[in-house]
Design a binder for this molecule. Structure first.
Ligand SMILES: C[S@@+](CC[C@H](N)C(=O)[O-])C[C@H]1O[C@@H](n2cnc3c(N)ncnc32)[C@H](O)[C@@H]1O
Length: 718
């Protein structure tokens, strides 16, 4: 489903919010009557979009307004009437029990008019519910408990609402729940378990799966017939599978065997649920049991074989990358593949908290790990990608509580105070704190193109990225001079070594492409992830490079950008005079790098890369092959690789990746690959066949690291 960000008009304006804050903690003197509330609500309902394809808005949390989710049971709270709600107040230790007396208006959240046992009415806005939950649009007549409610002004005078951000702060109560006050109690809507089961079956036919689950649950509560219950559980397992509620599906399925001939179905469903959770070993075991009970069943055989393929990937790290690329499409970015993680382990890092470490020696170019996204929405629209991921994490934590352990274990930036109860079950639902989720999302998510390979094509890249969470990769710390690099095929993250790595060494990657200017880079690290990079480049530039030299480099880099318009030349012939101007600026920029800092430590000189690349393309257009090679060597040198100033006899570009000296200082990027490829072409034009072959092989090898798999490096021209 498409996701949109809630429009600014939905947010309270600054002056209105200041006014509202001045009333904080007091019971508002004038509130809207039930009739006024209902009239406005009904007017909104009439305008409500009913298209299932309409983008679903998401109310993304503002971390500055964070408050913790309630961790108490509704039974521990003091139930208050609506008239006791105080403005801009989180009612700690208190709760509401109210009945929906209107149909829900479903937008960024679901808004209903609710009534308490005394006939007081108010507006209830529930956000962040999973689509699988009835609470994503509370049906009229349902009774809900709101725990530790937050009451806020909605912008206009007298217009207040109960705002539920944390999905676990609202509980759908069963009609017979004794906590419901007498006046709101309807008693059971249907009498017998069969009635409820039939109602569920009807909801199933109408594809109203949340209602279907609700009615099966009521049937189970009412019945004491084990055979009936087993059959209902089988049905509910099937619906939960459809809803992607795999934890519940597995539990239902495993509670349904009766010792009869249809038990294979229970293990089959449980196996499919475990597969949905990517628990392939468990899935295989369950499907094997199903198979032992029904040897010839084609569906079981198919799932069993699929599961074995996943186990092989987990074990060997062997993937058919070509087939994975071929299977990508606008609607198919979630690939049916398992993660391969055994070359790595999570352990304490001297850099920060936990990090990822190699469990065996790896060579440059080796696959370090491959990880299937824990969660990645198929949403590449830049304005929607973050909100879509946030919404997905929240909804999945509600739908599959077992996800809480790996997701909540991630670093949250340290500023958010956890209660320690997040993820635990209270009142039958997992405590989900949306502000914690957002803190974790911002510190751990990656941007992912649909395919890194396609992204390297100049004709293709649209720069559109989805955002996703890969919980294993999230343990990797940043290093500008990283020893690994990531790429993507759909929702699969591929991580390859860019250098030789010894068992036990910490693995690093770059969180974002490394900015050439040290202070810009430092700001990005601090603002984005709250750290100061200690890599040799950042550390040395911070401590040894003078401010005057840094300013000079910035000034000259800007002059180059201005002259070259921040682009590489196209097919046009570049005038000699312009080339000379760029060469002059390049020389000045080179001189602005202190020799005792950059040459002594052989540090990358990142501001020099762009003018060198520009000159390569300009000279290539004029068939100045010697110059292409000269500036090609400079690009490699400026990325921190050890290369000769001029091609020396015996120099082999294929050695740059495993050269231990280069390893300390070099950054691996697509620009190094495209430079090697152009050098290969220039060597060939000069008749240096052997050097051309070596440079081409070095480019091809680098392209495997960059794109994640073996691909034709000429893609760079397509
Ligand atoms: C995705 S987490 C990485 C795993 C994290 N170390 C942990 O313990 O969970 C990102 C956070 O790690 C920390 N970090 C990453 N790279 C770092 C580095 N080179 N130096 C210091 N802290 C770093 C920052 O606090 C950053 O917000």
């Amino acid at each position: 489903m498409a996701v949109a960000v809630a429009s600014p008009s939905m947010a309270t304006s600054t002056s209105a919010s200041a006014k509202a804050k001045s009333k904080a903690g007091t019971v508002p003197p004038r509130r809207l009557t039930k009739e006024a509330l209902t009239a406005t609500h009904n007017a909104h309902l009439k305008k409500q979009s009913t298209s299932p394809l309409a983008p679903r808005p998401v109310k993304q949390p503002v971390l500055a307004d964070a408050y913790p989710a309630s961790t108490k049971s509704i039974r521990e709270l003091e139930i208050i009437p609506l008239t006791e709600l105080k403005a801009e107040t989180h009612h700690r230790g208190q709760g509401l029990i109210v009945k929906a007396v209107s149909a829900p208006f479903v937008g960024a959240g679901a808004v209903s008019i609710v009534e308490d046992e005394f006939g007081n009415a108010d507006k209830l806005a529930i956000y962040n519910q999973a689509d699988s939950s009835i609470l994503s649009g509370v049906p009229e007549g349902c009774v809900v408990a709101v725990k530790e409610p937050y009451y806020k002004n909605n912008g206009a005078a007298g217009d207040y609402m109960i705002c539920v951000d944390h999905p676990s702060d609202v509980i759908l109560l069963r009609f017979t729940d004794p906590v419901i006050p007498e006046k709101l109690r309807l008693g059971p809507l249907l009498k017998t378990a069969e009635d409820w089961r039939n109602a569920a079956d009807r909801a199933f036919i109408e594809k109203d799966f949340p209602t279907c689950v609700f009615c099966y649950t009521e049937a189970l509560e009412v019945s004491d017939d084990d055979a009936f219950k087993a059959a209902v559980r089988t049905k509910r397992a099937g619906v939960n599978l459809l809803l992607g509620r795999y934890d519940a599906a597995k539990e239902d399925a495993l509670a349904s065997p009766t010792g009869g001939p249809r038990d294979w179905r229970a293990y089959y469903n449980a196996g499919r649920a475990a597969y949905g959770l990517c628990h392939y070993a468990e899935s295989h075991k369950l499907l094997s049991t199903a198979l032992s009970l029904n040897l010839d069943n084609a569906s079981v055989l198919k799932e069993h074989a699929r599961c074995e393929a996943r186990l092989r990937e987990e074990e060997t790290g062997e993937y058919d990358f070509e087939a994975m690329h071929a299977s990508l499409g606008p609607q198919s970015v979630h690939l049916d593949r398992a993660s391969f993680l055994r070359n790595t382990r999570i352990a304490d890092s001297p850099h920060h908290g936990r990090g990822l470490f190699a469990t065996r020696d790896l060579r440059a170019g080796d696959l370090v790990f491959v990880e299937k996204a824990t969660l990645m929405p198929n949403q590449y629209e830049p304005t929607r990608a973050s909100a879509a991921l946030y919404a997905m994490v929240v909804r999945q934590l509600c739908d599959n509580p077992s996800l809480a352990e790996p997701v909540l274990a991630l670093h949250d930036g340290g500023a958010y105070e956890r209660t320690g109860k997040e993820g635990t079950m209270v009142d039958g639902v997992p405590v989900v704190d949306v502000f914690l989720v957002e803190s974790i999302r911002t510190k751990n998510c990656f941007s992912a193109p649909r395919s890194t390979l396609l992204d390297t094509r100049p004709s293709q890249p649209d720069g559109r990225m989805a955002k996703g969470l890969w919980v294993h990769a999230a343990y990797m710390n940043h290093h500008c001079i990283g020893n690994t690099i990531r790429s993507f095929v759909g929702d699969m993250l591929i991580n390859r070594a860019t250098k030789d790595i010894k068992a036990g060494e910490e693995l690093f990657h770059q969180y974002a492409p490394v900015k050439p200017l040290a202070d810009v880079r430092a700001l990005q690290h601090l603002a984005g992830w709250g750290f100061t990079c200690q890599c040799v480049l950042c550390e040395t530039e911070r401590n040894s490079s003078s401010k005057a030299a840094m300013d000079k480099r910035r000034e000259l880099a800007e002059a180059v950008d201005k002259l070259c318009k921040k682009k590489l030349p196209g097919k046009e012939l570049i005038p000699e005079a312009k080339i000379r101007n760029v060469e002059r600026l390049l020389k000045q920029l080179e001189d602005a790098h202190e020799k005792d800092v950059y040459d002594a430590h052989h540090l990358p000189r990142l501001t020099l890369i762009y003018p060198c690349q520009w000159l390569i393309v300009a000279h290539r257009g004029r068939k100045n092959h010697g110059k292409v090679i000269r500036y090609g060597l400079q690009v490699l040198r400026n990325f921190g690789f050890r290369v000769p100033d001029e091609t020396e006899p015996g120099w082999d570009p294929r050695g740059i990746y495993s050269d231990p000296e280069s390893a300390r200082t070099s950054l691996m990027t697509i620009h190094a690959v495209s430079t090697l490829r152009k050098m290969a072409e220039a060597y060939a034009s000069l008749g240096h066949v052997d050097m051309s072959k070596r440079a081409r092989e070095a480019a091809e090898f680098g392209y495997v690291m960059i794109t994640g798999s073996k691909n034709d490096v000429d893609t760079l021209d397509k």
